[in-house]
Design a binder for this molecule. Structure first.
Ligand SMILES: *Cc1c(COP(=O)(O)O)cnc(C)c1O
Length: 465
């Protein structure tokens, strides 16, 4: 399987190179040259199989002959051995037609662990084959950083720099990153927003000679392996609820559109998904784009669901590329125009194709808080604020047909946002041991301005280049 850039001007590369690369040299994102297609029988056969087996079967379709199947299975087994549920991503019924898909049973209690644990094994595999050392720079809105520190901390062939927006993430999110004692990890509190951190990361990739000098890589959802790993739970959840005979709908709390795009990918691979509800907090650029056809950047507002306080959604580019029937040059034109003007007018035909699968819903802060309370009272489930955004959107929109099961992606454990849960639902979350231990550990943080040159020098220095 080969990977091409959404901007049409970079050479196609193999799976392992795509895993190591991050952004393509033309500024685009890698996508598979063709979508692997699973037969209905292959999908049906996933029913009742252990999660790592399904993961290896799906990843094999993305890896092609780049990785032997036995190695993929070993990586998947190792990646998910540390999850506290044997199902890895269990379903929990919320109402007769609604389920929560709990994606937060990994080491840092958010769904980012699901892909990151696998990505760490893919890195080791690829780097051993190539004899290289990588410098991973990660821009985080809170959860990717912790998952990356947990997964990549201690790896010999990887150095990790995490950029997070100072003061704009929860204390538990911060401590998962900053209390690591690994010497291959640096945490930088950037004086700015997540969008600033992400823009700096993208500029590092485009700085002349810099990616080559430090062997730069990205673990944000611009990395294709993240999306590939996240398609797996769409399959396991849908199959458990009757797919492929019966279609399933999903509601996805959305920031960078990586998780929602993984749903799109699963559908392209043959999974019958009726609808994906794209749920945003008041930073609703993606929801508005789907509703109105106008993708327009606004100021970032701080909310109870900080992992979604994002205005520039990097995976929107992958969606746009698909919606304009994979016209790389048109995608490139639109993204460059967006960088200058902050607006893309989605062509009507492309918008129509996006709306065949996606519905966008923006959820207010009050509705998010109210949903945490009502969900707790009605079902006894404490949900975190990100999950609450999706539950609220799901109850507003629902599936197309009433009998279609609706799966809400539950992206974080409520203990990761205990202040928000207490403020809304008046309930103290029981903290898992992993969170309680964090409070006693010392933090290591470097503080830097949101300035490309400063951060570039910092990364170069750490990489010893
Ligand atoms: C990252 C994150 C999201 C948003 O996921 P995207 O793939 O960026 O859309 C939602 N909820 C939580 C808890 C997250 O950490």
């Amino acid at each position: 399987m080969r990977y091409i850039s959404t901007r049409g001007e970079a050479p196609a590369i193999g799976f392992l190179d795509a895993v190591l690369a991050g952004l393509a040299p033309d500024g685009g994102l890698y996508v598979p040259e063709v979508w692997p297609l699973l037969t209905q029988d292959e999908i049906a056969d996933f029913a009742g199989r252990p999660y790592p087996e399904v993961c290896a079967a799906i990843l094999a379709r993305f890896a092609g002959d780049a990785i032997p199947h036995v190695d993929l299975l070993e990586m998947a087994n190792e990646a998910y051995a540390g999850f506290t549920r044997s199902a890895v991503t269990p379903l929990r019924q919320l109402s007769p037609s609604t389920w929560l898909l709990e994606l937060f049973h990994g080491p840092t209690l958010a769904f980012k662990d699901v892909a990151m644990q696998l990505l760490a094994r893919l890195y080791e595999h690829a780097l051993t084959a190539k004899g290289q050392t990588l410098t991973v720079v990660c821009a985080t809105s809170g959860d990717t950083g912790g998952a990356a520190v947990e997964a990549l901390g201690g790896l010999k062939s990887v150095r990790l720099v995490v950029l997070f927006p100072d003061g704009k993430i929860s204390e538990v999110q911060r401590r998962f990153m900053t209390t690591s004692a690994r010497d291959n990890v640096r945490c930088v509190a950037v004086d700015g927003t997540f969008d600033d951190c992400q823009a700096i990361l993208k500029s590092l990739f485009q700085a002349q000679g810099f990616p080559q000098a430090v062997n730069l890589a990205a673990v944000n959802s611009i990395n294709w392996a993240r999306i590939a790993a996240q398609t797996v739970y769409y399959f396991t959840a849908a199959v458990a609820l009757g797919a492929p005979q019966r279609p399933v709908s999903f509601a996805v709390p959305t920031g960078n559109f990586g998780d929602a795009f993984a749903g799109f990918a699963a559908q392209r691979m043959g999974l019958p998904i009726e609808r994906i509800i794209v749920a945003t907090n008041s930073n609703d650029i993606v929801a508005r784009a789907i509703e109105t056809g106008r993708y327009a950047r606004g100021p970032v507002a701080q909310t109870q669901s900080p992992a979604m306080d994002i205005q520039v959604s990097s995976n929107f580019e992958r969606l746009y590329f698909e919606a304009v029937e994979r016209e790389g040059l048109e995608t490139s034109r639109a993204m460059r125009a967006f960088a200058e003007s902050g607006v893309i007018e989605i062509p009507p035909k492309a918008l129509g194709s996006i709306r065949e699968l996606f519905v966008g819903v923006g959820v207010s802060e009050a509705e998010t808080a109210k949903t945490m309370v009502s969900t707790f009272h009605e079902s006894g489930e404490l949900i975190d604020p990100h999950t609450a955004v999706a539950v609220a959107a799901a109850s507003r929109i629902g599936s197309k047909r009433r009998q279609t099961p609706l799966v809400v992606l539950s992206t974080a454990h409520p203990a990761k946002f205990p202040e928000a849960v207490r403020a809304a639902a008046g309930v103290d979350v029981t903290l898992p041991n992993s969170v309680r231990g964090l409070v006693k550990k010392p933090e290591r943080i470097d503080r830097l301005p949101a300035d490309l040159a400063t951060i570039k020098a910092y990364v170069r220095d750490f990489a010893g280049a």
